[in-house]
Design a protein around this ligand. Sequence first.
Ligand code: GDP
Ligand code: MG
Length: 143
Amino acid sequence: MAIERTFSIIKPDAVAKNNIGAIYNRFETAGLKIIASKIVHLSKEQAEGFYAEHSERPFFGALVAFMTSGPIMVQTLEGENAVLAHREILGATNPADAAPGTIRADFAESIDENAAHGSDSVESAQREVAYFFSTEELCPRTR
Ligand code: GDP
Ligand code: MG
């Protein structure tokens, strides 16, 4: 099994509902270790840059407005097959399609406000981790 790093966001809806701790518990229960974490309130430019791959999609404006509507928690997670393991506990993009017991099934209301983000590949994870964290801010576990 490969030890990977992935990137997670707890989105403004879930932060507003005080679900940070409950979602962190899901990460830890799944064996994913938080090696960097902070709360931030994105500017419009930061949100547009993070979601640049979606800039031509019809929902882009709504996505940027939502992601700047309040603080978010951003974290780097480390563990065995972390990218896929994290996507599995996250659930489908639309919470209506998310498997029971997943983060989006349990904490999200709609596809517009779907509680959390997870990198979709190792390559995306590298880019997304670097978008928010310097190398010095990553603290791999030593015990
Ligand atoms: P993810 O990787 O599961 O987060 O999904 P995508 O990368 O396809 O989309 C990124 C984010 O854009 C999603 O998590 C949603 O917040 C948002 N999004 C995706 N599809 C739609 C849509 O049809 N309408 C709206 N309003 N937002 C969407
Ligand atoms: Mg995505």
